[in-house]
Unconditional design. Sequence first.
Length: 199
Amino acid sequence: MPFAYYDRLSAARKRIYRASDAIGTLGLPPGVAAGEWVAGIRQALVADDRAALRRACQDLVAALMRGYRVPPVAVRVLAQRPADGYGELHGLYEPEDGGKPATISVWMRTAARGQVVAFRTFLRTLCHEICHHLDYELFALEETFHTEGFYKRESSLANALLARETPGTAAVPPGAAETSGATGTPPGAARPVPAGRTR
């Protein structure tokens, strides 16, 4: 069943929404051994090491984009999440614009308490933003919407990455903040093509 905002879309945008909703899975590209980078993300969060976290995220994303055979996307890891009356901004995808490369931004600390985000929440946020890039570049959608299919793709990618994590990684640090959902965007919010700025 479409999210409530579907009824407010134009006929053309409804077609894009339905195309997105029909794609329910997203596996790892063949030959991409992601386990070391996934473990690196966990370890960097445990160590509260933003530079190491950015490197692990960028290496993972670069390998995935090569595997999917789509244009690359730059990854920024920022410190404390911004917040406003709508909630905390967990992640942000900005598509390529006028020669500026596509960019994913993710935040590693909660807005309220400044706690390091729990590993699974952080990884899922990263997967969420990757899925927005793939909507444009892999699935050739003209717009990227939050649909049930989109959230299924996000979950399937996150689960595939977790299944490949190298064993023996450190535990999540005490007090790490676990939150529900991948981003601060309310379910069903749409991402317009030109800006791509979201919660």
